[in-house]
Design a protein around this ligand. Structure first.
Ligand code: BEZ
Length: 253
C-alpha cells in the first residue's frame, strides 16, 4: 500500500471536542510567537474545528482556514469562518498572506517539502510562517506500544504510526532549502494530561490502525493501553501523553 492509497485518518468534530480540546487549549505558546496584528491576512493551515481560527479572527486578523477534513470545514463554516477543503500538501494560494499559522497539524502531512513549498507560495514577500507540531521524540512511548501491537498481529504495520516528527535540524534544513530564514526553532517537551484517558486518545488519533481489527478493535485498543500503563498512567489512574512539540518561526526571504 502506498502513502496515497493507505486509509486516511478521519475526524469527527464532536469527538474531537470531547477528547482533544486540549489541542487548542494548549496553543498559547505558538499564538504568542505568531503575535497576530489587527488587519493581517493569515492562513490557518490544518485549522481543525476552527477554535483557534475564530480566536484569531476575534482579535482582528482576516483569517482563512484550510483542512482536509470535510467535517471540520463544515464545523468552521458554521462558526462563520472562511474555511476551505484543501490538502496541506497541495496549497493553491499565491502571495496573499502576511502569515501562515499552523497548530498540531503538520505531523499529519508526511511530505513536508510539499507543505513548506506551498506555504512559501502562499506568503507575501517577507511574510512569516509560525507553526507548532509534533517534534522528534513525540509520543515515543505510544508509538512503541503501537509498533509492538502491530508486530503481534497480521496487520499493516505502516498504519501504526504514520506521523512526521522531525528534529529541529532536519526541519530547519527543509525551510532553508525552500527560501526561509529561521528566526527561532525549539523542541519543547509537553507532557499532556488526557482527561478522557488513553483508550479514547488511541481511538481518536489512530483510528485507521484499529479499524483494521474490525469487531476486535476495542480489544486491541485495550491491549495497547495495557502496554502503556506502566509508563503513562499514574497511581491514581490519570493518563499523561508524552508530547514533544516542535515550534518554529521562519520568514520568507
Ligand atoms: C500531536 O499533536 O502531537 C499528535 C496528535 C495525534 C497523533 C500524534 C501526535
Amino acid at each position: 500500500m502506498t502513502a496515497d492509497t493507505a486509509p486516511r485518518q478521519t475526524w469527527s468534530a464532536s469527538s474531537y471536542d470531547t477528547h482533544a480540546r486540549f489541542v487548542s487549549d494548549l496553543a498559547g505558546g505558538v499564538l504568542d510567537w505568531l503575535s497576530a496584528r489587527k488587519g493581517e491576512r493569515i492562513l490557518d493551515l490544518g485549522c481543525g474545528d476552527g477554535v483557534l481560527t475564530a480566536d484569531l479572527a476575534a482579535r482582528g486578523a482576516k483569517m482563512v482556514g484550510v483542512d482536509s477534513s470535510e467535517d471540520f470545514v463544515t464545523t468552521c463554516k458554521a462558526l462563520g469562518l472562511d474555511a476551505r477543503l484543501m490538502d496541506g500538501e497541495d496549497l493553491t494560494f499565491e502571495s496573499e498572506f502576511d502569515a501562515v499559522f499552523s497548530n498540531a497539524a503538520l505531523h499529519w502531512m508526511t511530505r513536508p517539502e510539499r507543505v513548506v513549498a506551498g506555504v512559501r507560495r502562499a506568503l507575501k514577500p517577507g511574510g512569516r510562517f509560525v507553526a507548532e507540531f509534533g517534534g522528534h521524540g513525540n509520543v515515543a512511548a505510544i508509538m512503541t506500544a503501537l509498533e509492538a501491537v502491530a508486530r503481534g498481529h497480521d496487520v499493516d504495520r505502516a498504519l501504526a504510526h504514520p506521523w512526521y516528527f522531525p528534529t529541529t535540524e532536519a526541519y530547519q534544513a527543509i525551510l532553508e532549502k525552500h527560501g526561509f530564514e529561521v528566526k527561532r526553532i525549539a523542541l519543547i517537551p509537553r507532557p499532556t494530561r488526557l482527561k478522557t484517558g488513553m483508550a479514547a486518545w488511541l481511538s481518536v488519533f489512530r483510528q485507521p490502525f484499529f479499524a483494521q481489527f474490525g469487531a476486535r478493535a476495542d480489544e486491541v485498543v485495550r491491549e495497547t493501553e495495557d502496554l502503556l500503563r506502566v509508563a503513562l498512567c499514574d497511581d491514581a489512574g490519570n493518563w499523561t501523553a508524552d508530547y514533544v512539540r516542535l515550534r518554529v518561526e521562519a520568514k520568507k526571504l
